[in-house]
Design a protein around this ligand. Structure first.
Ligand SMILES: Cc1ncc(COP(=O)(O)O)c(C=O)c1O
Length: 426
């Protein structure tokens, strides 16, 4: 097994005298520098079990083209792809590399750690760190400067700390994006704090306001009233910034839903996430999008179960007839929701087979009585399309979300780290 099953590796901004980083130093609060954890995921080389996620990079490029075409008009905004949470479960380095090669002008992540992972993977385009958390001391901003990342700021303290660091390190100007809260109520300068934040930026021209951003709470709702209201507030905030002598070059607000539905919200940059991965943020929007990830495994055991016999944890499934049950090495620890127990399905030989009994941590059973010719080694698809001798069938993230009471975003980001990602370039 390769080292990728080891605990997350630690990266150090300031190694010790021997140039080594000790694991204890990663705790930061004990002593020494704060270190940035790099996310780690099972690598294809670790794949002994046949459970894997296949990522189709051609479909990713196709989706980017679909989004570009959807915005053909007089003023074309830049697309900065949102690759937070390991590119919505698809593997951020490979996704970023593919988008960078298409010439994408920028990328967005939530965490500093995620941005560091992309820089370590050799990604050179601007990366916006949207979460705005750089730790209580200055090491987070040191990492931002060292890696040439674009920080999002939203309070005066962050701006002061960055300005202090620039002075200490005798660095030139650094560009930031200011996040403002126009109605999401989550992150961003609140209306009551805005003038103080703008005044702090005006006082420290070395912290250059390159971008002004907000996030929309209801861009996928039937009624766009809330979104229009947020956009009006955003425009007022931009005017306020101008009164402080601040003229952000890149204004942005749109997620996938807003960029597809509301041309007025596109501004200078749009930030699509889920649409890049082939999921329409609202039913019927951009029907040409293609799913990018497919999760598959194989049957490892088959058994005949007599009528009246029960199987699995809690014996929640009872054979209504003599049945054939297939066992597949994919469970809730891989991201297959336990709520799919006795409700969901998987694909075998190009046809649906219902999940039989409780999804367990590592294994799931399927009732394959109606799949003629089922055998050990048959491919089983939990997410995506399968062509087989019995036909062609698809299980979408939307379908799973509907069955489990969640949204496709959560279905994608739940595919766990122990499922290795394999990349296809058809
Ligand atoms: C600040 C911000 N911008 C853009 C996005 C992308 O959203 P979506 O995946 O709906 O396109 C997200 C994701 O939630 C976000 O948090």
């Amino acid at each position: 097994m390769s080292a990728s099953h080891a605990p997350a590796e630690l990266s150090s901004t300031t190694p010790d005298r021997n140039g080594n980083a000790s694991a204890l130093d990663g705790l930061g609060s004990i002593a020494g520098p704060v270190r940035v954890l790099r996310p780690r995921r099972a690598a294809p080389a670790d794949a002994v079990r046949p459970t894997r996620a296949e990522v189709n990079l051609a479909n990713l490029r196709h989706n980017l083209r679909v989004l570009e075409r959807a915005m053909s008009g007089a003023s074309k905004p830049q697309i900065w792809g949102v690759l937070k949470a390991d590119a919505y479960g698809h593997g951020a380095p490979a996704v970023a590399r593919t988008l960078e090669r298409t010439g994408i002008p920028g990328l967005c992540v939530a965490l500093l750690e995620e941005a560091v992972e992309l820089r370590d993977a050799g990604i050179r385009v601007p990366i916006l760190v949207m979460g705005g958390y750089y730790g209580p001391r200055r090491e987070g901003f040191e990492e931002i400067l060292a890696r040439d990342l674009v920080p999002v700021v939203y309070d005066a303290g962050q701006i002061e700390r960055l300005a202090n660091l620039l002075r200490l390190e005798q660095r030139g100007r650094v560009g930031v994006h200011l996040k403002v809260d126009t109605g999401m109520g989550r992150l961003g300068a609140a209306p009551s704090e805005l003038d103080a934040v703008l005044a702090t930026l005006a006082k420290h021209p070395e912290v250059r306001l390159d971008g002004l951003m907000t996030h929309l709470a209801c861009a996928d709702a039937d009624d766009l009233g809330v979104t229009l209201d947020q956009m009006r507030r955003f425009e007022e905030i931009e005017q306020r910034a101008r009164r402080f002598g601040l003229t952000p070059r890149l204004r942005h607000a749109s997620n996938s839903a807003a960029m597809l539905r509301l041309p007025a919200a596109r501004l200078d940059v749009v930030r699509p996430g889920v649409a890049l991965f082939g999921i329409s943020p609202c039913p019927g929007l951009a029907p040409d999008l293609k799913p990018v990830i497919r999760v598959r495994s194989e049957v490892v055991a088959l058994r005949t179960v007599e009528k009246g016999e029960r199987i699995g944890y809690g014996h929640t499934w009872e054979a209504a007839r003599q049945s054939v049950v297939a066992t597949v090495p994919m469970g809730y620890a891989d991201g297959l929701s336990r709520q799919l127990s006795n409700r969901g399905a998987a694909l075998m030989r190009g046809q649906r087979a219902p999940i039989a009994g409780t999804v367990s941590m590592d294994l799931t059973m399927l009732d394959v009585t109606d799949i003629p010719g089922a055998r050990v080694g048959d491919e089983v698809v939990f997410l995506g399309t399968q062509d087989g001798p019995l036909g062609r069938a698809t299980i979408s993230a939307e379908e799973i979300a509907g069955l489990t009471g969640t949204i496709p975003w959560e279905v994608l980001t739940s595919i766990s780290r122990r499922v290795p990602r394999f990349y296809r370039e058809p």
